[in-house]
Design a protein around this ligand. Sequence first.
Ligand SMILES: *Cc1c(COP(=O)(O)O)cnc(C)c1O
Ligand SMILES: [Zn+2]
Length: 403
Amino acid sequence: MKYSYVSHLYCPKCSSTFDTKNQHQLCTCGSPLLVAYDMEGIAEHLEPGHLKERKADLWRYHELLPVEDESNVVSLGEGMTPLVHLPRLGVDMSLENLYIKDEGLVPTGSFKARGAAVGVSKAKELGVTAFAMPTNGNAGAAWALYAARAGIRSTIVMPRDAPRITRNEVAISGADLYLVNGLISDAGKIIGSAVKDQGLYDVSTLKEPYRIEGKKTMGLEIAEQFDFNLPDVILYPTGGGVGLIGIHKALKELKALGWTEGDLPRLVAVQASGCAPIVKAWEAGARESEFWHDSKTKAFGINVPKALGDFLVLDALYETDGCAIAIDDDEMLEAQKQVASLEGNFVCPEGAAAFAAARRLKEADWIREDETVVVLNTGAGIKYPDTVDIESEMLEKGDTLPK
Ligand SMILES: *Cc1c(COP(=O)(O)O)cnc(C)c1O
Ligand SMILES: [Zn+2]
């Protein structure tokens, strides 16, 4: 029995195929590449029940992951995050079956660790010794730290305004860190020329094919945690859209294996009103998005003006009868308070946006009261201390509490 049943890479745009033994970036046509597996081989050797005996991390799905030799796995124990029912918030939103899939509990404090774990492991397997990437913060933090564990050199460029903690995570990993007075798209241009000039492996979002595979494990876990009876709706805070593309891919693979039946969950791409290119495209019924100028939101992880994989995100929404919705920063921060005060979870602003979206879609009857709804909280609220304004009274020594 093989560790991985990876078979090849393919282009979702022009159908070209590539091997998985050499380093590949984008397809020759400019599209991101996707990873294919020998599904029959997996179906022959693996049953859902086998998973129960495995370790509670994302490598439990190794047959459906691209790393072929287990000795190349670079892991900090990521994956198998809690799926938690939210009864009090559910009553408040009139959603009986509201769940959080909590990615605040992975190494590095965001779900970016999943993409980094699989991406860095595969890079190691392919003999990569140095890579470069632009980031809005969390991805750079995760990739820099996993690179440190793998002994790979990393070069990271991030906007000056990215959350300070993510900058510190990159710096302490020993990566080469640069700040740019601009957006992630500006950081991307700088990385693009560095990759050309210095022959670095480009691990920008979707420019290497394996990050999606790591993020896909969120979908595999959600399915397994529901005993392969899939929920009705999954809401996901969408920037580059890798997580949403990954979840969609995961669920289709489980269907292909015959492990789950029926309709796929309706996937919802949640964006910030200050940066909503996918929402705009979905509303227009378009197949691709347009660059969003002067984007701005406190939810840094979803401040992506133009995603390379936008067409894959939109496909996922159309194929599952999903939708896209934009949330104002104020509403997002209000939802963040609600989740903390009713359920004791300090979610990140991106995750909070997805909660606000669930509330709005319930109010619009797009989600019904008895449907099973999963909100992805993509990171820990404690990574963004500045989103909370507190006014508490200062006491002097010996004071008594006001009545
Ligand atoms: C990167 C990020 C997102 C967006 O993820 P994509 O998969 O790129 O759409 C959402 N939330 C947080 C906290 C992030 O860091
Ligand atoms: Zn192509």
